[in-house]
Design a protein around this ligand. Structure first.
Ligand code: OGA
Ligand code: NI
Length: 343
């Protein structure tokens, strides 16, 4: 059987045993409550209100949606079409992108990068590539569909602009110095496309492990199929897709920079019984060498975390099974964190 699920003969009638999670880990067959996620209109002429709404959403939920975000609807549709088109290309074409080598700047894989060693596989294929600077990476991207590079190139530029706009509002909300989010802290941009084929029994499988986004900030474009869940007050909740909006997830580095004020929620993906699901994540990622620490302007002399390089954090993150709070325990500043309920 092909490792890539999108190369399997459809539809799948029986779940291969390797994809069935233990009773403790599987989502089960009950209904999940829907999370009421803040919806923020970026065209609101009242800018202080936008800044406050973003600040409140980062603090209270660690996830929000933006509309009137400046990325043209036609570009979002074309990009989604290009991604679905890529996953519908021939098995030979897709297999030519297959790799679990993390250093590869454009790779297609299935489940996780630990496919060979993991006990149970996640129900997903994933295409990941770097986007910035475009001219260093675009030649590695797919050329089938034929407009992939053109459309996705424009999309990556537009989503970067959007993430920078949101970071600017966050910076103002936290009272940071101008251009705090510039240069090395936003050095790389990645694109990560999840594709999940229909699964005959979603109660037994998972489309993506529970994790926190380790980077600076993420935008996510979802198709109309339900799948993303956020852990809130110890309860998994569904995030209803809004294909016209972008979901924004402040990454874990923003939690550190805000001295623990912002949340960076644990989330996962469940599967769908009838429809394939595709999502497009855009990530801004600090350079490995940059030191991330609570912003002095905000934390004053009470930083609850020690500074660390992004590289140091990332290696702890991988060792902590992609649970950033566990990774962060390595960098906790004992003297100042006692008064908080952060970890
Ligand atoms: C991610 C992620 C969720 C989704 O890529 O980090 O959480 O719905 N994706 O695909
Ligand atoms: Ni995520």
């Amino acid at each position: 059987m092909d490792i890539l699920m999108s190369n399997w003969c459809k539809p799948v009638e029986e779940i291969p045993e390797k994809y069935i999670f233990s009773v403790e880990k599987r989502p089960g067959s009950h209904d999940f409550p829907v999370m009421n996620i803040p919806l923020i209109d970026l065209q609101n002429p009242n800018r202080p209100q936008i800044i406050q709404q973003i600040f409140d959403a980062c603090q209270e939920f660690g996830i929000f949606q933006v509309i009137n975000h400046g990325v043209p609807a036609s570009l979002m549709e074309e990009t989604m079409k290009a991604m679905k088109g890529f996953f519908a290309t021939s098995p030979e074409h897709k297999s030519s992108f297959y790799s679990t080598d993390m250093t590869k700047k454009c790779r297609l894989y299935s489940s996780t990068l630990n496919y060979q060693s993991e006990d149970v596989h996640y129900w997903r294929d994933n295409l990941t590539h770097h986007c910035h600077p475009l001219q260093h990476h675009i030649h590695l991207w797919p050329q089938n569909p034929s407009n992939y590079r053109e459309v996705v190139g424009e999309y990556s530029i537009e989503t970067k602009k959007l993430m920078l706009r949101i970071l600017e509002a966050i910076s103002e909300g936290l009272g940071l110095k101008p251009k705090y989010f510039d240069g090395e802290i936003i050095k790389s941009q990645g694109l990560s496309v999840n594709h999940h084929i229909p699964c005959p029994d979603p109660s037994l499988t998972l489309g993506m492990p529970l994790h926190t986004d380790p980077n600076l900030i993420t935008t996510l474009q979802q198709c109309s199929v339900l799948g993303l869940q956020v852990l809130r007050h110890h309860q998994w909740m569904d995030v209803e897709p809004n294909p016209a909006a972008f979901l924004v997830i402040p990454g874990f580095q923003l939690k550190v920079i805000s001295n623990g004020r912002f949340s960076s929620p644990v989330h996962r993906v469940v599967t769908h019984s009838r429809e394939a699901r595709t999502t497009i994540g855009s990530f801004l990622i600090p350079s490995p060498e940059i030191v991330i620490e609570p912003a002095e302007e905000y934390a004053g002399d009470r930083p609850v975390y020690k500074g660390f390089t992004y590289e140091e954090f990332f290696s702890c993150f991988i060792r902590s099974n992609c649970e950033a709070d566990a990774a962060l325990a390595f960098f906790k500043n004992e003297t100042n964190s006692k008064s908080t309920t952060l970890l």
